[in-house]
Structure formats: structure tokens, C-alpha cells
Design a protein around this ligand. Structure first.
Ligand SMILES: Nc1ncnc2c1ncn2[C@@H]1O[C@H](COP(=O)(O)OP(=O)(O)O)[C@@H](O)[C@H]1O
Ligand SMILES: [Mg+2]
Length: 282
């Protein structure tokens, strides 16, 4: 397996004033993300998730240790453009990511800046707008779109670079449930159909449950690392870290506590329903 992102003993502190000792936000953090996988990162507010994500394409640079993306050290200035082309980043607030008054110009912005030849940009913009289901809106004004649609435009702007890895930092946090589902289905297809490596930071456990692997961050360190089934079976440990489990897991645990003979590791609503239906037939 190829490693896309690798942090080795990554330590980071933000610059501090003269009076204060710098406080480590990330401490000795070792993480490898395998190519083509979908990795979710969860952790309570302030645990360092966004700070970590910003290291993956060199927005932030390590105070200690190292970060490589596709084998390129993020501190190597000559590689920075290549790293930015390979690892795209989508943030929480779509309004902060939209830079143009016309959707297709907005989507063309990043590839233009990263030196994609003009004749190729047209092709990539159309391709990216189709991938997020927004082609019909190509000549609209982004500020007139809904939050979810704006976020899809922001994602298209990143996809137009054809990155091999995309890092999403709480991309659904400002969206309504319908907008959230649309974004999650784009993220899922990006990994499952396109083969793009995905890192998703989220506080929605149902979203994390869709990943191949969940990494739990606590106080700038990796506290847990495993498949969604492994992670969500540790209800007590998650609780100590200030995290919830998916509603499906909670429901099955509750039913078992009340004497029903159900397994508790179902994650999707479908699997959960199967589990309950089977128990009812017993
Ligand atoms: N630009 C900054 N300057 C100083 N401290 C920061 C900055 N950004 C975040 N922090 C601090 O770093 C810690 C981790 O923040 P962050 O990475 O945003 O966590 P998360 O994304 O998990 O909520 C928090 O204590 C936060 O206050
Ligand atoms: Mg954050």
C-alpha cells in the first residue's frame, strides 16, 4: 500500500507572545494515511483536528518532526506547489471559499492559480461541476445559491485540480440535513468510484461511520485508531473522550440493556433495522 500522508513525531505550537510558554497543540503525532482509503478524524472541540489537517498540504509547518505528502516534505518550498496540487482542502464555511461572481469562474480559480493550461481548464471545470451535480448552475452567481450548493461549488473548485487526496475539515457543519447528505454522497463517491484518498474531519458520528478507518484525536495526540465498528464498540472510552456514538449504536446498546438479544455493532440504519428485525423473530 502506498502512503499518501505521513506524519512522523509531528509536534506543533502556534507562535506565542513573549510572556507565554508556547503550548503544544500537536504532540509526537504519528499517522499514515493509505492511498485510496477514506479516513475520518474525530475528536472534541479544540483537540487539534484542524491544526493537524492544515499540516497535510503545508498550510502549517511542523514545529518538530515532519509531514510528507506523496513523499514530499511539506517544508521543502520547491515542492509546495506540487503538494497543493496533490492534496486539496475543503473548509467548513463555503462563503470563505468562494472568490468569484460566476460559478464556473470560481471553479476555474484554483487550477488557474496552480498553472493548469487554459485549454485544459474548461474540461476540468465541466468535469468537476458534473461530479458535484452543479453543472446546470455553471453561469449562476454563487452568492444566490444555498449553503449546500455553495459548498458543492467549493468542492468542485478543489476537484478541478484533480487532487489525488482531498482533506475535508467539517464540510457539513454549516449545512442543513439535506445539504449534509448531498455533500456526504459526493465524498463517498469521490473515494469509492474515483479512488481519491479522503480525510474527513467531522463531529457527526454517522458521517465518520461511513469511513474505512476512524482516528480519534485528543489533546493533540492519537487516542484511538481503528475501523468504525472497532471504534464505536468502545462506547465508554469514547464517552471519556467527550464523544458520542452513532444513534444506531446507542439504540442497539439500549435494547440490549433492556434484555433484547441484539448485536450492537450495526452502523447503518439498514444494518440496525436488520438486527432488530432478527431479534423480533427469535
Ligand atoms: N491561529 C491560532 N493561534 C493560536 N491558537 C490557535 C490557533 N488556531 C487554533 N488554536 C488553538 O489550538 C487548539 C486546537 O485548535 P483546532 O486545531 O482548531 O482544534 P479542532 O479543529 O479540533 O477544534 C485550540 O486550543 C485552539 O484554541
Ligand atoms: Mg476544527
Amino acid at each position: 500500500m502506498n502512503i499518501v500522508i505521513k506524519t512522523e513525531n509531528l509536534t506543533f505550537h502556534y507562535p506565542s507572545g513573549e510572556e507565554a510558554e508556547p503550548r503544544n497543540i500537536l504532540s509526537d503525532l504519528n499517522l499514515e494515511v493509505e492511498e485510496g482509503t477514506f479516513v475520518a478524524v474525530i475528536g472534541r472541540n479544540g483537540s487539534g483536528k484542524s491544526t493537524l489537517a492544515r499540516h497535510f498540504n503545508g498550510i502549517l509547518l511542523p514545529s518538530g518532526g515532519s509531514v510528507t505528502a506523496f513523499g514530499m516534505d511539506t517544508r521543502d518550498e520547491e515542492k509546495l506547489l506540487d503538494i497543493r496540487r496533490s492534496v486539496g482542502m475543503v473548509f467548513q464555511n463555503p462563503d470563505n471559499q468562494i472568490v468569484s461572481n460566476v460559478v464556473e469562474e470560481d471553479v476555474a480559480f484554483a487550477p488557474e492559480n496552480l498553472g493548469v493550461p487554459p485549454e485544459e481548464i474548461r474540461v476540468r471545470v465541466d468535469e468537476a461541476l458534473n461530479m458535484v451535480g452543479m453543472y446546470d448552475y455553471h453561469d449562476r452567481a454563487p452568492h444566490l445559491l444555498s449553503g449546500g450548493q455553495k459548498q458543492r461549488i467549493a468542492i468542485a473548485g478543489v476537484l478541478a485540480m484533480r487532487p489525488k487526496c482531498v482533506v475535508f475539515d467539517e464540510p457539513t457543519a454549516m449545512l442543513d440535513p439535506v445539504g449534509r447528505l448531498e455533500i456526504m454522497s459526493i465524498i463517498d463517491a469521490l473515494c469509492r468510484e474515483n479512488g481519491t484518498t479522503v480525510v474527513l474531519i467531522t463531529h457527526h458520528m454517522s458521517e465518520a461511520a461511513m469511513a474505512d478507518r476512524i482516528v480519534v484525536i485528543n489533546e493533540g495526540r492519537i487516542a484511538m485508531d481503528g475501523t468504525p465498528r472497532e471504534i464505536f464498540s468502545k462506547v465508554g472510552e469514547l464517552d471519556t473522550l467527550g464523544l458520542e456514538v452513532p444513534a444506531t449504536t446507542l439504540l442497539l446498546n439500549e435494547l440490549r440493556d433492556r434484555g433484547f438479544d441484539v448485536g450492537t455493532d450495526a452502523l447503518s440504519v439498514d444494518e440496525c433495522a436488520d438486527e432488530i428485525a432478527a431479534a423480533l423473530k427469535k
